[in-house]
Design a protein around this ligand. Structure first.
Ligand code: SAM
Length: 391
């Protein structure tokens, strides 16, 4: 699925909203020939005032300085504000700017961690989420990024921290989202879930703020279209069909297929299961009454299938999907999807995005600096009031 909508996820909005005679479906290869190779560039600047044009970016993937962790040695740096609230205010200014540069279908994957102060976690990720919601952003996921190892921690009366967050924020419910492509990439089910286990890559020193390329790849696969129309700014979205094929490696799926065969369920039964879209047909009838989406026939077929399949009914809502093409707005002005990292640092986001065929832009007060040169603890005398307890 692409342009996400929880109400009707069967058609991308490009197709739904435009005159159908003006849009169509074609392959990515049709546009690819007209595109320059993917490229990246870096701008020296502030994440709160990037100078980039309005509506020019499809996805932001970034890791800002965490509160009170490092001194990057620049007077405009974010991260050394005296209080969590002041830090959140700085980040809200970033979100305002990012809203301006993002296309309406854009979204943000924001990697953040928490900080101990006076022996307590400050709840920074929650404060950021709360501030963002107050400003009209939608928090679509709070992804837990876990790692096997990490820095040894001196505390004896609490557990070592082994996770961070990746907050996925969107401006509108119709943001671009390719769960089908992401699921194919991950290869572990129709919706691989909101816990990402990604270990730091080899080239990251143990004491550095890790931001592996794999993290960026997942965000890009989910949230950045491969191609967009530079006339109407619409992302090209995957068009797919559901099949009745289940994953034969799962015992539950094998049993569901056996039962369906044994009781002679037809392709119409399977489509009816998929049309109801939830695991319990009783609930489906209740949810969708009055919407006009599921006719009495569909509900009857789904009920018949439920009677035969029992608890295995839901298996068919996870059936494999096949891509049949990509939306084509018909303007013929192709461009690559664009990823921005407004705290680009050493450029991890740019490398991963370009390797996936997206154009990429990085912004940083001190671009492409080597993190190894950054002192691990803040030592800015102007910020003396921000002394903290690391335990
Ligand atoms: C955690 S690092 C990002 C590391 C990056 N993900 C990487 O893989 O190299 C944070 C970066 O934010 C930059 N920075 C701090 N304050 C900034 C600001 N106000 N605007 C833009 N960049 C800023 C720092 O110079 C640093 O490079």
């Amino acid at each position: 699925m692409s342009l996400a909508s929880e109400a009707d996820d069967t058609k991308p909005s490009c197709v739904k909203k435009r005159n159908l005679s003006a849009v169509g479906v074609s392959s990515l290869a049709d546009w690819e020939d007209h595109l320059a190779p993917a490229s990246s560039h870096v701008v020296t600047g502030d994440a709160r005032a990037t100078g980039l044009p309005n509506n020019s970016v499809d996805l932001i993937v970034t890791s800002p300085p965490y509160w009170q962790k490092r001194d990057y040695g620049h007077e405009d740096q974010i991260g050394l504000e005296p209080t969590p609230q002041a830090y959140v205010e700085s980040m809200m200014e970033c979100l305002d700017e990012w809203k301006r540069v993002l296309r309406p279908t854009g979204s943000v994957f924001l990697n953040v961690g928490d900080t101990y102060y006076n022996r307590s976690l400050m709840g920074i990720p929650g404060l950021l989420e709360f501030g963002a919601v107050q400003r009209g952003w939608l928090i679509r996921n709070r992804i837990i990024w876990t790692k096997d190892g990490g820095m040894p921690e001196p505390a004896k009366n609490r557990l070592a921290n082994r996770h961070e967050y990746i907050i996925h924020l969107a401006m509108k419910p119709s943001y671009y989202y390719d769960l089908v492509g992401y699921s194919e990439y991950m290869g572990n089910g129709a919706n691989p879930g909101d816990v990402w286990k990604i270990n730091p890559e080899r080239n990251m020193g143990a004491h550095l703020a890790p931001f592996p390329q794999e993290l960026v790849r997942r965000a890009v696969k989910l949230g950045c279209p491969e191609q967009v129309c530079s006339t109407c700014n619409k992302p090209r979205s995957r068009v797919f069909e559901r099949t009745d094929q289940l994953d034969p490696t799962r015992p539950q799926a094998r049993r569901a297929m056996e039962l369906a065969k044994e009781h002679g369920l037809t392709p119409e039964h399977i489509r009816a299961i998929q049309a109801t879209g939830v695991s319990d047909v009783g609930k489906a009838t209740k949810f969708q009454n009055g919407t006009g989406r599921n006719s009495a026939d569909v509900q009857r077929l789904a009920a018949e299938a439920k009677a035969v399949l029992g608890g295995y009914f839901r298996e068919f809502t996870f059936a494999k999907k096949v891509t049949t093409g990509w939306t084509d707005c018909g303007h013929g002005t192709p461009a690559r999807g664009v990823v921005l990292d407004p705290f680009v640092g050493t450029g991890t986001t740019l490398k991963a995005a370009v390797a996936l065929g997206r154009d990429a832009i990085g912004v940083d007060l001190v671009p492409l600096m080597h993190e190894a040169e950054v002192p691990a603890k803040p030592e800015n005398p102007k910020r003396a009031s921000a002394k903290r307890s690391a335990r």
